[in-house]
Design a protein around this ligand. Sequence first.
Ligand code: HEM
Length: 604
Amino acid sequence: MTVITPGIDFLLRGAFSYLAPSVLFAVSLNHIFHLNDIQVPTVVVVLIGALASPIYTAFKICASDWKARREANKLGARLIPRVKGRFPGNLDVLRQLMQDFETGYIGDGVAQLIKEHGPIVDMHILWDCAVVTTCPEHIKAMLAKDFTNFEKGPEFHANMHSVLGTGVFNSDGDMWKFHRSMTRPFFSRDRISHFDLFDRHAEIVIQKMRERSRQGSAIDFQDLMGRFTLDSATEFLFGSCVHSLNGRLPYPYDKQLLHYSDTHQSEEVAEKFAHAFLQAQQIIAGRERMGWTWPLTELWGDKTNEHMRVVDAFIAPIVKDAVKKKRSADEEKGIAGSATLDMEKKDDVSDDETLLDHLVKFTSDPIVLKDEVLNIMIAGRDTTAATLTIILYFLSTHPAVFARLRTEVVDKVGANKRPTFEDIREMKYLRAVINETLRLYPIVPFNVRTSIEPTVWPSPDPNEKPIYIPAKTKMSYSVMLMHRRKDLWGPDAEEFDPDRFLDARLKKYLISNSFAFLPFNAGPRICLGQQFAYNEMSFMVIRLLQAFDSFTLDEDAQPPETKPLPEWRNEVGTRKGMEKFFPKVGLTLYAHGGLWIKAKEAQE
Ligand code: HEM
């Protein structure tokens, strides 16, 4: 079977639509010359025809600019402030953005353009609108007020499809409603049973950290949290834990040889699965960054294929098993096929039910089931792992916050007791620490929607006309940059200070403008797992603070090429100038090279 690769498909379509005007023009010209008996050499006809495509393309660009200007005027609005680069198509801007992405501090390139042009800007890459906004009122329009006019869009779907399929993350309209409505009941109540699951895996985490602490060596906390959330997620999603916490944990780069020489190199299922899953996500994140040109980097084949084969090999038998189990249960009860759907209360979720058990009540289509569990796994795993990692980074670098939080843990829960949902609800400072971490490092720092119909947004400057948003335009928004705006969060917006979620600043900045804080998004597509995430993260942090009475960053253990760049320190008073880790973003945010810490065991 011949399969057309994304690159070949892109080139064929591109060649067809780009060359069509030239071919059409040359053929028509030839015909006119022929009718009028004019003798023109074929090579001249071909050359004139060849000019038709670039002229037509330039005409289309000017016409669409003119149309947007006219529509904006009609509505009493103005165009989005546009970046004017030095090279055609703003290629220099694109190059700078890519370079900043590879080697700079997270969001550097976009932050600079916003500083120069205001909180909404059109980077206008390759003659196409490439908008980014950090305004709460614009984000509110896309996510809530004008929700039906903004979708993820066909370009996003195409970029993500080979990994996310048509799951809840990567669908719009009726398909999204279908996925969301079958998954929502699973998250709609406080599912206390998860605390058993968290506890089992948290216990292994603590044990691994104790072992490392006794060896006097640092541990990569990001890797550890990736394993904790992978084991928890696979267990609660499929009821089949991959036990990645039992695998070999990495040692600091400078001690690798010493320790790796006496370990087996055999790759375990969990390692393979986690690695393949991560690689596939990195590839689709790269596609999203490259925009419509990404297929050119996949000329010889879809780069996600080899990784998705590993992921599928793990998931397919689990899905098959769940469908089989459900069928036999139905047969035993004497119900069959669609009758099952009428006879069961599908939305009821029993305590021991996994997400997959729940989903098979709605469909037995293995592709839909696989897509949905994979989507939830991506949504739920790296997000909590990275947030926990950054919480620990802040606790390691802010001893006063650590001490106050530890006092709250010991006072409210005790030195050893397993935390309950009620304990967590009472712990105001813990919630403030988590929120402050999510404010400075929201795990989805950049996101995107696509407009369907043209619309008008309020101007960030009330003295200026509103802003015209054309139809079918990709609108990026950055909650991370919004969360750091001094006009929205006060002059100390770049400081890590959990008290801002407890003192007068809460009312002044947040309650008066609730769309200024959106780590979980808002509106109909708000994160389904928000409560689950708060529970899981709170549980883990409490267990850690019960077991250890100090954490320190071990900067020597950090691989040198992943350390923050020395020149960052020149930017005094900014997060970039303060940071001791290198934040990066794939689909979600993470610490480049991991987060290496040393933990000291508590004596109580
Ligand atoms: C710190 C942890 C988390 C953060 C910061 C977070 C953040 C987000 C954000 C920003 C979105 C919106 C994405 C978009 O529309 O483009 C989202 C969606 C979603 N999240 Fe989370 N999430 C977290 C944890 C979880 C967990 C633990 C789960 C489930 C186990 C989960 C399930 C989902 C789902 C299913 C969606 C898709 C909703 C939809 O499109 O209708 N999330 N999350």
